[in-house]
Design a protein around this ligand. Structure first.
Ligand code: CP
Ligand code: NVA
Length: 309
């Protein structure tokens, strides 16, 4: 009997469209069990190690609560309280931790770091955000879209703002799941197609004016002007991004039934106005909650494959 090959989730393109269909279906089922207070412990005796080199609210709580709800346990680690903060090589850290736990989630800076960890890990590794990608967030965003509007195939997602980890991940998702991203970013903050690794331009279009990007969109989404790790650029970014704010005028050119999403944390009055994020088209709280449900389905898939029940 051959051992099941280790599957990592380091970027959105690591799973196939068929596997996403499976995970979305499992997430809906696992969410229904949670809402019905039904005990579901497929990961009993399994341990998840979470390594945070950047701050987090949603990612930590969703993985930690999700793992406990599935019968498992978690170890929470940060740079400051591990030897990573004293320059132990990431490869050695991976070798050691992966002999003791069943699954690892990492939030770090460069994508190269999580790839080096995964290359030396005996267990699946999940990207909990890097400078380049945030696949668990887009997993939750697409699941949320499906819950509210049905399939995302053929739809238009307008991205307003930074060409960052979220934007890169949206591009990968569009190519894989058959929808289009309309990108509008300030000069100097464009998406780098080579980072996203997509073929393009079939799955995305670039617009200078955010109004043009949002026209006819099914979903309008944005993110902070300054991502974690880029704080030194804060002042320059505040100036450059001033016209990239999702307000009621921008939402008015999207489809009347367009949704608004934001991965959070949000800054009202910067990348989004309160009238939008706190308005009727916003689904940001469902989006945040769904992080937990989709990640439970993802962890189940990576550890157990396509289980029934
Ligand atoms: N959206 C998201 O990843 O949030 P946290 O930074 O709070 O984990
Ligand atoms: N782009 C943001 C997302 C935070 C969840 C960041 O990287 O800080």
């Amino acid at each position: 009997m051959t051992a099941m090959a280790i599957r990592h989730y380091l970027q959105f393109s690591d799973l196939t469209a068929d596997e996403y269909a499976w995970i979305f279906q499992r997430a809906a089922l696992i969410k229904a069990k949670f809402k019905a207070y039904e005990k579901y412990h497929p990961l009993a005796d399994r341990t998840l190690a979470m390594i945070f080199e950047k701050a987090s609210t949603r990612t930590r709580v969703s993985f930690e609560a999700g793992m406990y709800q599935m019968g498992g346990s978690v170890v929470h680690l940060t740079t400051g309280d591990t030897q990573l903060g004293r320059a132990e090589p990431i490869e050695d850290t991976a070798r050691v931790i992966s002999r003791m736990v069943d699954l690892v989630m990492i939030r770090t800076f460069g994508q190269d770091k999580i790839e080096r960890f995964a290359a030396h890990s005996r267990v699946p590794v999940i990207n909990g955000l890097t400078n380049e990608f945030h696949p668990c967030q887009i997993l939750a965003d697409i699941f949320t879209f499906i819950e509210h509007r049905g399939s995302i195939a053929g739809k238009v997602v307008a991205w307003v703002g930074d060409g960052n980890n979220m934007a890169n991940t949206w591009l990968q998702a569009a190519e894989l799941l058959g929808f289009t991203v309309h990108l509008s970013t300030p000069s100097g903050y464009e998406v780098d197609q080579s980072v996203a690794g997509v073929r393009g331009p079939a799955s995305y279009k670039v617009f200078k004016d955010p109004q043009d990007a949002c026209r006819g969109a099914d979903l309008v989404t944005t993110d902070v002007w300054t991502s974690m790790g880029y704080e030194a650029e804060n002042e320059a970014r505040r100036k450059a991004f001033a016209d990239w704010c999702v307000d009621a005028d921008l939402m008015a050119v999207a489809r009347p039934d367009a949704l608004f999403m934001h991965c959070l944390p949000a800054h009202r009055g910067e990348e989004v106005e309160a009238e939008v994020i706190d308005g009727p088209q916003s689904v940001v709280w469902d989006e945040a909650e769904n992080r937990m449900h989709v990640q439970k389905a993802l962890m189940e898939f990576l550890l157990l494959g396509r289980v029934q029940g």
